[in-house]
Design a protein around this ligand. Structure first.
Ligand code: KG4
Ligand code: ZN
Length: 358
């Protein structure tokens, strides 16, 4: 029997301070021995978004406690841990540095291997914590900072098929929530408000829907929501209708673009067994899950979603990416530094800014 690897993961890339201990199991997935996430929702609520300096200070205040709690809950001592993984990017440098530095220090004083994890790889591999899913698979990564279609060929091997040319999907949800005064965090509050509204009431734009393969764009939709929101101040019924129409428009965009991404995937990878993994914070949205499940029924592919608890930022997915990289000997020295930008596919064209041709 081969030894089952155990890792401590640390995550501080944005507004969640998180630590987790996980161990490989016989099923090819992981036993999550602890998974502590301390959200800073109350700190950022009054500003309606994440304030980097406040986030960094909150990480500094709680990181030691969170790591201790994760170790204690797991009932695994530091001696029994095979390696430490910490998020090194992309994200807010002031935040990343907190978890990265403490991860490097623990690795140095305990003489353990260290893995600097790309947060996006954490999301990309996260379904593997619970499902023994085989490479290659198609990934729709939708979070607060990123929206991409990628082929996940293996650990550390990604090919980008499409990306947003402006806002990330989570950002569009967060901004819509702010414009409609629905509260923070934005995604879940828009989802809740949508249930009370008529999704057909407002006709909103679907930017670049007929262009550019499976690239995405949400800025024009956001501007349309802003324009309509100014006309309906004080009318709750219309506010819910606007939230519902926004979410419905998102679903129409994702339906069409995912269909294109599946076709692109089929052309590149010769397989009839297609798995679509939807990961990142926005993958917690039930209407999006149901919408893509419907598409999967039509096109005959399988959808895989991480458990709701593992969609948002957490350290179990960082520990899992750490184990996967450790087993491929993709280790890092402890002089590695945090990176604010770190694409999974380094060869993909940069899709933002002036001069973009679609
Ligand atoms: O992956 P994540 O936790 O952090 C980043 O890496 O960005 O994603 C956070 C994003 C936020 O924009 C949040 O509003 C969105 O995920 N989100 C949702 C839902 N839950 C979280 N968006 C739509 N519906 C939800 N239920
Ligand atoms: Zn994330």
């Amino acid at each position: 029997m081969t030894k089952k690897i155990t890792f401590l993961g640390i995550e501080t890339s944005c507004d969640e301070t998180a630590a987790s201990v996980i161990r490989e199991n016989d099923k090819g997935t992981a036993d999550i021995l602890s998974n502590i996430v301390s959200s800073q929702i109350s700190e950022h609520k009054k500003f309606g978004g994440v304030v980097p300096e406040i986030a960094a200070r909150a990480h500094i205040e709680s990181i030691e406690y969170i790591i201790k709690a994760a170790l204690e809950e797991s009932k695994v001592s530091l001696n029994e841990i095979d390696g430490i993984a910490a998020t090194a990017g992309p994200g807010l440098i002031v935040c990343l540095t907190v978890g990265l530095n403490i991860g490097k220090s623990i690795a140095a004083f305990s003489n353990k291997p260290f893995v600097a994890v790309n947060h996006l790889e954490g999301h990309a591999l996260s379904p593997g914590l619970e499902n023994n899913i085989k490479f290659p698979y198609l990934l729709l990564l939708i979070s607060g900072g990123h929206s991409q279609f990628l082929i996940v060929k293996d650990v550390n091997k990604y090919e980008q098929l499409g990306t947003t040319i402006d806002d990330a999907l989570g950002e569009a949800f967060d901004k819509t929530a702010k414009m409609l005064n629905l509260g923070y965090p934005g995604g879940p509050s828009v989802e809740k408000a949508s249930k009370l509204g008529d999704k057909n009431f407002f006709s909103l734009p679907e930017p670049i829907i007929n262009k550019a393969g499976c690239n995405l764009s949400f800025a024009g939709l956001k501007t349309a929501v802003l324009r309509e929101s100014k006309k309906i101040i004080g009318n709750d019924k219309l506010k819910f209708n606007l939230a519902a129409s926004f979410q419905y428009t998102i679903n129409k965009i994702l339906y069409k673009k995912t269909k294109i991404a599946v076709e692109m995937f089929k052309k590149k990878i010769n397989t009839s067994n297609i798995n679509l993994v939807v990961a990142g914070g926005v993958a917690a949205n039930i209407s999006i899950r149901e919408n893509l499940k419907k598409l999967s029924g039509e096109l005959g592919f399988k959808t895989v979603y991480p458990n709701l608890k593992l969609c948002g930022d957490n350290a179990a997915m960082i520990a899992w990416a750490g184990i996967k990289r450790f087993k491929k000997n993709l280790l890092n020295n402890i002089d590695i530094e945090a990176k604010s930008r770190w694409p999974l596919d380094e060869n993909a064209p940069y899709m933002k800014g002036p001069g973009l041709k679609l």
